[in-house]
Structures are given as C-alpha cells and as structure tokens.
Design a protein around this ligand. Structure first.
Ligand code: HEC
Length: 157
C-alpha cells in the first residue's frame, strides 16, 4: 500500500511531495555525485561498526568504550569533513532539507551518547541508542527507499 502511495506521489513536484512527507520523500541516492556517494557509504560503514561496538560496550557497562565510539560517530559528520566548496553545493542540491536535518539530529544524539558514556549513565545510553536506531530507520525508509525498499518504518507508531 505504502509502495503504491509512494509511486503515485513520486510524480508530483518535490515541493508538494515534501508537504505530504514522510511517505512522499524521494530517494536521495540517485542525485549524489560519485564522490559524495562514496563518502556517505564510508561514513555509514563506520557508523555501523561504531553502533555495534557501542551496543556490546553498553551491555557490559564499559562506559569509556561507549563514550569513545559515540564520539567517533559524532566526529565523522559528513558535513564537517573536508568537503570542497563544490562538494558542498552538490550535497545541498542533491538532498532535501529534511535529510540534512536528520543527519544533524543524528550527530547531535551521538554527542549526547558520548556524554552519557562519560557520565557512566546506562539508562541514558540505552534511551539515546534507541533514538539513534530510530534515526537510521527514518532516514533509510524516507530517503534510501530504492536501495532499502523493505525498511517499512513509521516514526509515529
Ligand atoms: C540522514 C540519513 C541517514 C541516517 C540518519 C543513517 N543513514 Fe545509513 N545510509 C544513508 C544513505 C543515503 C545510504 C545509501 C548510500 C548509497 O548507497 O548511495 C545509507 C547506507 C547505509 C549502509 C550501507 C553502506 C554501504 O556499504 O553501502 C549502512 C550499513 C548504513 N547506512 C547504516 C546506518 C546506521 C547503522 C545508521 C544509524 C545508526 C544509519 N545508517 C543512519 C543515510 C542515512
């Protein structure tokens, strides 16, 4: 059902599509330059590894390791990497504002998780880890729908 709605809405203008989001968001991947796509995939793989390490460290109470890996995610922020002026322009024109917002929110959460690690607060770590996982699902279901068509996440549920 959602796939059909997406298909129908996909033909409307981006403006209208964003107004009815999240169902209507267009996949971002086809609009990225090769360089940006490579950078993004590298960042994603390092995030994936860091999230796995954080999960293990969290359940064993290894707070310093949680803080370290969360900080690593925060520091890998694609927009802070040494992109050239042209790369920045390419990125901004290739992705909708909602994508940039989600990426920023995700990296803000990573900073809070690092803080919760330094504060040795397991409850906070668990809560923030869950929120971050929600961000992966939200971004992949809204903006990476071509590549990950089976992520059927609805934030409101
Ligand atoms: C703001 C958007 C966004 C968020 C948040 C996000 N991703 Fe992604 N992710 C992407 C995009 C876009 C791609 C696809 C890149 C491509 O193939 O062009 C991707 C691809 C991936 C891949 C495949 C990488 C590869 O080798 O090609 C993995 C693994 C991944 N994400 C893990 C995660 C995890 C884990 C999280 C959360 C902890 C996360 N992502 C959060 C946008 C996001």
């Amino acid at each position: 059902m959602i796939a059909i709605i997406r298909k129908v809405l996909g033909s409307f203008s981006l403006c209208l599509a964003l107004a009815i989001s999240p169902l209507a968001a267009e996949p971002v991947t086809p609009d990225l330059t090769d360089k940006l796509r490579r950078l993004l995939q590298e960042e994603m793989r390092s995030i994936q590894g860091a999230m796995t390490s954080i999960h293990s460290a969290m359940v064993m109470g290894q707070h310093e390791a949680v803080a370290q890996s969360a900080q690593q995610i925060h520091d890998s922020f694609i927009l802070k990497q040494s992109l050239t002026e042209q790369d920045r322009k390419d990125l901004v024109s290739a992705v909708p504002e909602g994508f940039i917002e989600l990426d920023k929110e995700f990296h803000r959460l990573a900073a809070s998780l690092a803080e919760a690690g330094r504060n040795r607060n397991t409850n906070e770590q668990h809560r923030i880890f869950g929120e971050m996982t929600g961000n992966c699902l939200e971004c992949h279901s809204e903006y990476v729908s071509k590549r990950f068509p089976d992520v059927n996440y609805d934030k409101e549920q």
